[in-house]
Ligand binder design. Structure first.
Ligand SMILES: [Ca+2]
Ligand SMILES: [Ca+2]
Length: 110
């Protein structure tokens, strides 16, 4: 698996939660470790260290919307299955930070 290289040269400010985080990150080739952690915490709304359930659905909706789609619930559910089969390494049906890194890695897409 290929992970994002860690850059220390840039630090992005903390973004307001109502923004689509994916759009903010699109166009970046690499995320810094700080950005990855911020991204994770943005979606991990109950701070339990996992993105699961509604949190994961919100993340997936943002990913699809960032691609210009207006996903319906069925499409999000299908994407949810695809993402879990791709990135849920430990099969707990939740995405932890290491798994999110895998999800966001360019080599893991499609
Ligand atoms: Ca959570
Ligand atoms: Ca997992």
């Amino acid at each position: 698996m290929e992970l994002f290289a860690v850059e220390n040269s840039q630090h992005s400010r903390v973004l307001p939660v109502e923004e689509n985080y994916i759009l903010k990150l699109k166009g970046k080739k690499q995320l810094t470790r700080n950005e990855m952690t911020e991204f994770f915490q943005h979606y991990d709304q109950d701070n339990n260290g996992k993105i699961s359930g509604a949190e994961l659905m919100a993340l997936l909706r943002d990913i699809l919307q960032a691609e210009g789609k207006e996903p319906n619930f069925q499409e999000i559910k299908e994407f949810h299955q695809a993402i879990l089969s791709l990135c849920d390494v430990n099969h707990d049906r939740m995405i932890d930070e290491a798994e999110l890194t895998l999800l966001l890695s360019p080599s893991a897409k499609k």
